[in-house]
Design a protein around this ligand. Structure first.
Ligand code: PLP
Length: 383
């Protein structure tokens, strides 16, 4: 359980991200323990959090990294990840980014369209290189029962549709400067049920059988990320249930002996180790409501404004006070700049510090300078 060194916090400029590195290390150890199959390779989705202090820990734990931009490739290289441990995904890779990835000799490109494949082949040719390719497949998993799956539907900007897969595989095999490594899937994020992953396994089994019948074998299967975390009660589940996550793939995916299974986990690796610490500026008494106005806003943590997400809020200055209801709001000139409505919290006073929990993923990395604000800084539990 994360403990907040409140006396140290009082001396610091707010708002800031606090990272519990012990929890991060425990999480990484649990991933290593539960993904024990030597054919399983976990790539951390760096878009969740690219703080150098976090990246170094993840690199030291031996994970690979999944990048979606040239900037992320540079951050990964600077953090010490080996080029062959880097995969490069994304629907809109620029020529410059493709060149950079080829220069660095990254492990694999996850390709999302036919024109992209041609461009990678052309650029690789001019550089006298051969690019490893995984085709991102859109598995068309039924979204009606799983509304949180937003990326696995037939017609959206991500990936290649099943009907067009044959064509693109033949194309990869006909081009000289690309090499087909495997298939890539990613069905969505914050998935807390097993069933969508089981459905994904079934789709992959069927595809593999069909392609083997045609004499085509894949050396890697990449099942993407998406494992969800417990935002409501982070101290109950500080580490996601990686055991049952990997077990789902062990039980349902027929991996061939010589194949690697790649995972691209982002949120589940880093979300619980981070909290946004903010100071209460004012407590404003309305007619029917009481507002706690804090010095962090949607510029520091945009998930509530962007996705209607909710982060558990704690009054860490006065944890045992009398309980009252508050709307916890930020200083930005947007009504969506609100962290919680009618939050039941121990009595709040000006100067109290609040923690917005489970903010390690898609928090600091999405911060902006809207309203000419300064970016939040970061503090680690270990010096
Ligand atoms: C965002 C993303 C991930 C990571 O997703 P999480 O939900 O954070 O695990 C993995 N793969 C791809 C292709 C992504 O876009």
């Amino acid at each position: 359980m994360t403990r907040f060194p409140i006396d140290e916090f009082k001396a610091l400029q707010t708002p800031f991200y606090f990272y519990d590195l012990n929890l991060l290390d425990q999480t990484l150890n649990e991933i290593k323990r539960t993904a024990r199959d030597t054919r399983y390779k976990v790539h951390y989705a760096i878009k969740a959090n690219a703080n150098p202090g976090i990246l170094r820990r993840i690199q030291a734990a031996g994970l690979g990294v999944d990048c979606v931009s040239g900037g992320e490739i540079m951050a990964a290289v600077e953090a010490g990840f080996k080029p062959e441990q880097i995969v490069f995904a994304g629907v809109g890779k620029s020529d410059r980014e493709i060149e950079l990835a080829l220069e660095k000799c990254i492990g694999c490109f996850n390709v999302e369209s036919e024109p992209e494949l041609h461009v990678i082949n052309e650029i690789a040719k001019t550089m006298d290189k051969k690019a490893n390719i995984a085709i991102r497949v859109n598995p068309n998993i039924d979204a009606h029962t799983h509304e949180y799956i937003t990326t696995g539907l037939a017609e959206n900007k991500f990936g290649i549709n099943l009907e067009q897969l044959n064509e693109i595989i033949n194309l990869v095999n006909s081009l000289d400067n690309v090499k087909l490594e495997g298939l890539h899937f990613h069905i969505g994020s914050q998935i807390t049920e097993t069933e969508p992953f089981v459905m994904l396994c079934q789709t992959i089994n069927k595809l593999q059988d069909e392609y083997e019948a045609l004499g085509i074998r894949f050396s890697t299967i990449n099942v993407g990320g998406g494992l969800g975390i417990d935002y409501a009660t982070p101290d109950k589940h500080p580490i996601p249930d990686f055991e049952s996550y990997f077990k789902t793939f062990r039980n349902h995916l027929r991996l061939r002996e010589d194949q690697q299974l790649h995972f691209e986990l982002g949120r589940s690796v880093v979300a619980q180790c981070g909290s946004l610490i903010t100071k209460v500026l004012y407590v404003k008494e309305g007619i029917t409501k009481r507002f706690a106005i804090v010095d962090a806003g949607m510029t520091d943590l945009i998930r509530p404004a962007l996705y209607n997400a909710h982060h558990k809020i704690e009054n860490i200055s006065n944890p045992n006070g009398e309980m009252h209801h508050y709307d916890v709001v930020g200083p930005i000139c947007e009504s969506s700049d609100c962290f919680g409505k009618e939050e039941l919290l121990p009595s709040i006073s000006r100067g109290d510090l609040l923690a917005l929990r489970s903010a390690g993923a898609y928090g600091e990395i999405m911060a902006s300078q809207y309203n000419c604000r300064t970016l939040p800084h970061s503090v680690f539990s270990e010096k």
